[in-house]
Design a protein around this ligand. Structure first.
Ligand code: OSB
Ligand code: MG
Length: 367
């Protein structure tokens, strides 16, 4: 197939509730929604998941836009592209810009699934249309946090992750554990600590956590390996992992025993599938993370999370946890702790044109 048009909608979606972690506080989500059209009229949708400032990765909303318009569109425009592998080879000409390229890559998968008259999750190799999911809770005072945990458990989320930072770590974990001794519980520091904080991790080791996500710096494999040798709890890497090469380094050095996989951080679903294979072969736990995506991005998360071997409940909560109005027609709802993937061919969602228009700040077209 050949792409004839790329439309970019600059979106600003208000969050239903604000979210804080060790690095930032989010009250809305600004991102680019990408709409690709082929010569034969098929349409695919993707989104760039980078944030406005580089607190999570070096990519931002504006670097994604720049890469899409100036590097990626010229690479793919009017070019015959047979399948996701062929697209990946083209996009590999670009260094970095993983979040920008994966907006295009996921759109392509949606069109490709539609062409093959299959739901995307089936095309990726899954038969599993119901996915058990977890929730990631931001920072809050203890009382509100405990209420959020209770609400999450009552709703049926099968795993809870809380954000931690120095001064907000042992107490919330201890408090949650007292009331929920068997809950699948984990923490995510978004890199807020260094190895000098080892005593915090030794203390956290006593609470039977599923894992500790990204305790140390985002490019630090060596100290994560040192820490993993000291504590029993699995270390999970998030910010460190941009490619399968990073996964190999983490595995060979012993920096992690689990990987938070986000297709956008690794340059798309094609690369994500390779990483899953590697993790399964080498006994690394791999699970699907989230980026506060709209219903568009989270449909791709769900398709990925439905794959065999990704059964650890990921950060894919129901739509209403993020948005009071999502931009897809049938926002995902939790049913007994699981999200159901629509058995329709293509990417698994229908765009709400009305709400895209309502929340878009600017629309551009490239031909
Ligand atoms: O560190 O996993 C993270 C959200 C935005 C950026 C980074 C992270 C997160 C989350 C929440 O933890 C994931 C979600 O619910 O989409
Ligand atoms: Mg994380």
């Amino acid at each position: 197939m050949k792409f004839v048009e790329m439309k970019i909608y600059r979106m600003k979606l208000p969050l239903a509730q604000s979210f804080s972690n060790s690095q930032t506080t989010l009250t809305y989500r600004r991102f680019d929604l990408v709409r690709l059209t082929t010569t034969t009229g098929e349409v695919g949708w993707g989104e760039t998941v980078a944030f406005e400032t580089p607190w999570y990765t070096s990519e931002t909303v504006t670097t994604c836009h720049d890469a899409l318009v100036n590097y990626i569109w010229p690479l793919i425009r009017n070019k015959e592209i047979a399948d996701p592998k062929a697209l990946n080879l083209i996009l590999n000409k670009l260094k970095g810009h993983h979040m920008a390229r994966s907006a295009v890559e996921t759109s392509f998968w949606g069109i490709y699934a539609e062409k093959n008259k299959q739901p995307l999750y089936r095309l990726l190799g899954s038969d599993n249309a119901a996915v058990a999911v977890g929730i990631s809770l931001g920072m809050n005072n203890l009382e509100d946090l405990m209420q959020e945990v209770q609400a999450a458990v009552e709703k049926g989320y099968t795993r809870v992750k809380i954000k931690i930072k120095p001064g907000w770590d042992i107490l919330p974990v201890q408090t949650i554990r007292q009331s929920y001794p068997h809950l699948k519980l984990m923490v995510d520091a978004n890199g807020a600590y260094d190895l000098a904080d080892v005593d915090v991790f030794k203390a956290l080791d006593a609470y039977d956590l599923e894992m500790i996500e990204q305790p140390l710096g985002d490019d630090d494999f060596i100290n994560h390996a040192k820490l993993q040798r000291i504590i029993r709890t699995k270390i999970c890497l998030d910010e460190n992992i941009h490619s399968i090469e990073d996964v190999k380094v983490a595995h060979q050095l012993g920096s992690a025993r689990a990987i938070n996989l986000k297709w956008a951080r690794v340059g798309g679903l094609f690369n994500a599938l390779e990483i899953i294979q590697y993790c399964q072969k080498h006994g690394l736990l791999v699970w699907c993370g989230g980026m506060f995506e709209s219903g568009v991005g989270r449909s791709y998360n769900l398709a990925l999370a439905s794959l065999e071997g990704l059964d650890f409940p990921g950060d894919i909560s129901e739509s209403s946890r993020y948005w009071s109005e999502d931009i897809v027609e049938q926002p995902q709802k939790l049913v007994e702790g699981r999200l159901l993937i629509p058995k329709i061919s293509g990417a698994g969602f229908n765009i709400s044109k009305k709400r895209v228009e309502k929340y878009s700040e600017k629309i551009e077209s490239f031909i």
